[in-house]
Design a binder for this molecule. Structure first.
Ligand code: AMP
Ligand code: MG
Length: 435
């Protein structure tokens, strides 16, 4: 990553000293988010790509519209273009039809008072005409004439104005925007073939733990298959990162040091899972601390209490580190609520990438005590009375990945919130919108 910008940044201790009541053993979710956000830095490199390749990438400069969209006043309907001044509120209007204006083939004659031109949707408005009467409102249509019934249209109706979507010289898209399908279309509508985007973020990740087995290996007594690398693969891929999957790393100092150094030398950010819990008898924490400026937290949340965060260095390169807990649900929750926003910021995305919460009715009571944020897995549906409601999936254990798989949203029970009674409103975050 860009070393000079990173090394000139403050230390974690510096960032943390700005926080009042800092307690790494009972850190509110928001404080952890603030520290992360203040410590990390965006990757500055930019590349130019064709607009199709810009999908889901982060725009690196404002795009100013080189043209007016639409380029001319044009018709919003199939009908007849006329002079608004001819219209009388209480009198039908007989007009002479001079010809037809098609989309892409304008009518270029003069249109006087008492005259009109048959016009198709998108066709350029003939000179001096400012109003379109939709075809279905007219009477007595013939090749040469048409009647506009009194009161069927007002002056200026059904006309799209030049520059109405985008005026020439004004910003069409802002730097920091993540480009979605609509943005590709918008760029195309401006005739723009290439745009500058931030280079993809490289994120290395590995799992730690002697009990982990990879798919295809024998599941020895007391062992589990490594699932975290697959949820991380999915979440990072969806964010648009270049990923470096480093597999399972055994819990011994040599393997861990090698893995951390390799990750550091090859990526902008490193995500590990496991080995950061309190009292874990392993070398992960030790190696993180040895290689850089890393802090270990117990966050006031459930699931996902233990987490490491910081920056590590190896042979002149450095990378931001997110040491996520080992439990599969905790990995996803800490990724979504800490790493995701940080990575988006590193990718150059503009300030607020906080997922949107929507208040909905809780179908049943939910146990909760104040003093920690809970992220429960929810299923949002429509209740019998037609009102949206959420219920939580079965067991909320932090190892129960099925609860994530069945859920379509997270129920966020805020830090100070106490018991939820059936019928109370709770905030949810939907997993998928229109993607
Ligand atoms: P740890 O934080 O390393 O103590 O791990 C907590 C729990 O998560 C243990 O039960 C681990 O077996 C489990 N775990 C850790 N890493 C993974 C992984 N990559 N895939 C599935 N389970 C894991
Ligand atoms: Mg472990």
């Amino acid at each position: 990553m860009d070393n000079d910008s990173a090394s000139s940044r403050t230390t974690l201790a510096g960032v943390i000293s700005c926080l009042s009541d800092y307690d790494p053993d009972a850190l509110p979710v928001q404080d952890a988010q603030t520290i992360i956000r203040q410590f990390i830095a965006p990757v500055s490199a930019v590349e130019k790509v064709a607009i199709r390749s810009a999908l889901d990438r982060v725009l690196a400069a404002d795009i100013v519209s080189p043209i007016n969209v639409p380029a001319h006043d044009n018709s919003a309907m199939d009908g007849y273009a006329l002079h608004g001044t001819d219209l009388k509120a209480d009198q039908d209007l007989q007009l002479k039809v001079l010809g037809t204006a098609y989309a892409g083939r304008a009518f270029d004659g003069k249109v006087g008072s008492g005259e009109c031109v048959r016009i198709m949707t998108g066709a350029v408005m003939p000179d001096d005409c400012d109003t379109v009467i939709p075809q279905e409102f007219t009477r007595d249509e013939s090749e040469s004439g048409v009647t506009v019934p009194a009161g069927s249209v007002r002056a200026g109706d059904n006309r799209r104005l030049k520059g109405e979507d985008l005026a020439q010289g004004t910003p069409a898209l802002r730097k920091g925007k993540i480009l979605r399908p609509a943005d590709l279309g918008l760029l195309a509508s401006l005739g723009i073939a290439e745009v500058p985007v931030h280079r993809r973020l490289r994120v290395a990740f590995f799992s730690t733990g002697d009990e982990l087995r990879s798919i295809g290996e024998t599941l020895d007594e007391g062992c589990v298959y490594d699932s975290n690398r697959y949820t991380l693969y999915g979440m990072l891929t969806r964010l648009g990162c270049d990923i470096v999957d480093m597999g399972v790393v055994k819990d011994n100092p040599v393997s861990l040091e090698n893995a951390f150094r390799t990750a550091c030398e090859n990526a902008d950010a490193i995500i590990t899972s496991g080995g950061v819990s309190v009292g874990a008898a392993d070398y992960t924490k030790q190696m993180m601390a040895q290689l850089g400026d890393v802090t270990f937290w117990k966050i006031g949340m459930r699931p996902g209490r233990p987490m490491a965060f910081g920056r590590i260095s190896s042979r002149g390169k450095d990378a931001f580190l997110f040491g996520l807990p080992g439990n599969p649900v905790a990995v996803m929750v800490t990724f979504y609520f800490f790493a995701r926003q940080a990575l988006l910021y590193m990718m150059g995305a503009s300030e607020d990438q906080t997922p949107m919460t929507v208040p909905v009715r809780s179908k049943a009571a939910i146990r909760k005590r104040p003093g920690r944020t809970e992220f429960q897995r929810g299923i949002l549906s429509v209740g019998e009375d037609g009102v949206r409601e959420v219920r939580i999936t079965g067991s909320q254990g932090s190892g129960v990945l099925r609860s994530m798989s069945e859920a379509n949203c997270m129920v966020v029970l805020e830090h100070d919130r106490a018991e939820v009674k059936a019928g109370d409103m709770v905030n949810v975050i939907l997993f998928d919108g229109l993607i």
